[in-house]
Design a protein around this ligand. Sequence first.
Ligand SMILES: [Zn+2]
Length: 296
Amino acid sequence: MYRLSGTSALRHLDRLGWNPVDHPDRRSGKMGEMSEIDGMGTERATCVLAPNPSAMTLDGTNTWIIGEPGADEVVVIDPGPKDGKHLSRVADIVTGQGRRVGLVLLTHGHPDHSAGAKKFAELAGPAVPVRAMDPRHRLGDEGLVEGDVVTTGGLELRVMETPGHSNDSLTFWIPADGAVLTGDTVLGYGTTVVEGKLGDYLSSLDRLRKFSEEAGAATILPGHGPKLDDPIAALDHYINHRRERLAQVEAAVKAGARTAREVVEVVYADVDKSLWPAAEWSVQSQLDYLNERGAL
Ligand SMILES: [Zn+2]
């Protein structure tokens, strides 16, 4: 019989996509405030934290202003939700730096990243395009695909397709800063929800790990939560977490569980039952993955 270690339900919430106890701001009760996240970044990237904290968005959505030092044109990635105050604040920060927005990019189409994008582009100036993989989220004709190199104000960004969290998830590589901007594929703490295929997500993580090692990546800039200054360790943690969960599901099936619900009853036994439907959904994608590979 498979048993979970530990008894605290909170400690197991990360199985469902988040873990509030991992983060010092949450332990000290500062959750949702303008913490160290707002204003963090690298030489070229600055985070503007959107005021939409929740279980799924952690402290809020990270909007990124990215520009070459001294350049008068910047890129804004993930303007965030349709929150007029936040969108104006991002635009004001860019203007305050004596710069203008040349381009808006989206890591993926989830509304907490994309809903404010078109409004922001209009606010930022005439004919500022929004580029995204999914045509529904674009403003203008240009999309984004694997291998695209985006150049704005002398800044170079490289586009990688990293499906899993969603089918349209992209990662942007900022070579000059050694920064990997991951959207929701890797978060600053906790783990992400896999809406697409688990196999795609695992391949994306493996690819990002290999890439980070080869390219000498110094920082992960996530879609939510604080930046991570050890990309390899963060990706190993993510990969191991997924493998452990798969092993738990596999063990539950071998012990007799026949449906996603039965697996949940074993693997999530000490998690609050109100979270079981979400857990069932996650387990189903793991069962699909194991079945496709003939592991069950
Ligand atoms: Zn998302």
